[in-house]
Design a protein around this ligand. Sequence first.
Ligand code: ADP
Ligand code: MG
Length: 649
Amino acid sequence: MAAGGSTQQRRREMAAASAAAISGAGRCRLSKIGATRRPPPARVRVAVRLRPFVDGTAGASDPPCVRGMDSCSLEIANWRNHQETLKYQFDAFYGERSTQQDIYAGSVQPILRHLLEGQNASVLAYGPTGAGKTHTMLGSPEQPGVIPRALMDLLQLTREEGAEGRPWALSVTMSYLEIYQEKVLDLLDPASGDLVIREDCRGNILIPGLSQKPISSFADFERHFLPASRNRTVGATRLNQRSSRSHAVLLVKVDQRERLAPFRQREGKLYLIDLAGSEDNRRTGNKGLRLKESGAINTSLFVLGKVVDALNQGLPRVPYRDSKLTRLLQDSLGGSAHSILIANIAPERRFYLDTVSALNFAARSKEVINRPFTNESLQPHEAKRARGPEEEEIGSPEPMAAPASASQKLSPLQKLSSMDPAMLERLLSLDRLLASQGSQGAPLLSTPKRERMVLMKTVEEKDLEIERLKTKQKELEAKMLAQKAEEKENHCPTMLRPLSHRTVTGAKPLKKAVVMPLQLIQEQAASPNAEIHILKNKGRKRKLESLDALEPEEKAEDCWELQISPELLAHGRQKILDLLNEGSARDLRSLQRIGPKKAQLIVGWRELHGPFSQVEDLERVEGITGKQMESFLKANILGLAAGQRCGAS
Ligand code: ADP
Ligand code: MG
């Protein structure tokens, strides 16, 4: 009977896993490669480790009830039918002779590289008390386990990757907590009491108030970790002299900040979890407090089983919130992490039932699919910079703050800026709905968050409005060009005085408007006997003298041909120059082809370089091309000249 299932596909996956494991063997071979934004879903990897007989427990008189078959499978006697065995297949099976290095290099080291890609990874040691979870995770000075090995490698890797001259600056912090009787206790600050577990808008699990110590060497790590481990709640039971009665969670965060533009930041979290064993109260002889502890531990592990089942069956509700342990593991199981579950089992017959139940749990866990994603955003002071050149501040990037303290300073509000606008909209409307129904409860979004969201929403709406106006302006310009072409065909050029920004976006486009090319103006201006004349009104044969009686708008709309004297042309240029040198951003916007962005650029240039000496200097303004400068002159000099004439007449 194959309890673990053995399809072709699974074999292929396991072969891939072992290949990855082989390639990951050896220390410090991790590399920061292939930082893909959305890697494919990663199945929870499951390894089983069978410990040897310990403490003089006989091997001959008490033969093992479990036997390894190969590097991935094992069999155990079937208690219902002694003629049969139950067979299980996993991503890896480590027999009683396997070393700490085998487990680390084979199953743990390969997932650590994801941390440098800004993804989460987790290692969970599961199994009955006394089966070797703490040995696997922590080990001893002679046989260090997963935790010291992973820390050693990670710190080495981050030193290499974050060295001066490399594109990213890296820093590592650690937190260490235990869940004891459904309380979250900070082992680095035992006085802090029960802490709450929260989830941010991206689904990341957070524990506000949890101590976070920067570590840059293994000595740093030991300095915090060793005394904290002594704070762990341990008690003696008949099963295990130093049985852990709590779930111990070591959280290692790798924070990365890009040194050059676009100044991204990434955070990868590594959970290293030594779960408490599931207790059989009848065998441990637990009473009183111990019995209560066992109950709590069993509840957490029972919920863990329910979570795994719900994920396997694709149920809409996964009961993560039903226990602290599962809430904490939310982004490690079916969440965003690359996870490896190491199920520890013991060979002794007295462990038989616990072993079968651990193997069954492990077999169910390997069906769980995680969806790892890269936790990447812009560094807070760069997010603004990226929004657009209008808001760009010229200058060298701020010197990088000490990464650990910088990440601590990151308020949840800053993280909100990366919230999906659709989600934001939904939250706000839900909030409004609740308010309209007279909900007495606290608003969904706490006040500062709420204000920020409303602000973000307004900014978003304004952006949309600007986009809409830009499109409209483009349409109008295209229309004008088309009309110009038409005019050319009809040999009836008209000229237009400059339109204010508001007029352009107005509903009434000017029909026969033609802007005369600059070359032509200069030719006309060069004519020795040129004088300002309004020569003729082609359409209506209006007399020159009657012009004064017309409204200015009417004058502009009419099809007038103008001839401009060099003096007036020079006057027009001077007028523009004066505006460029003295006009406010608002004044500048009244010119043709100058929008708010360009007006700002001109004012900025002037502040930096002093006054423009000639109108052509506009080309020197960063963000204004020679072509744009020319079309600006065409549109404005003539316009101003015409305006001057009309105004004067
Ligand atoms: P758990 O944490 O699951 O309760 P422990 O890690 O404390 O179990 O292991 C129980 C005992 O078995 C300890 O004395 C430990 O040193 C020993 N042990 C566990 N696994 C191994 C192993 N692979 N090799 C040698 N001794 C082991
Ligand atoms: Mg233990």
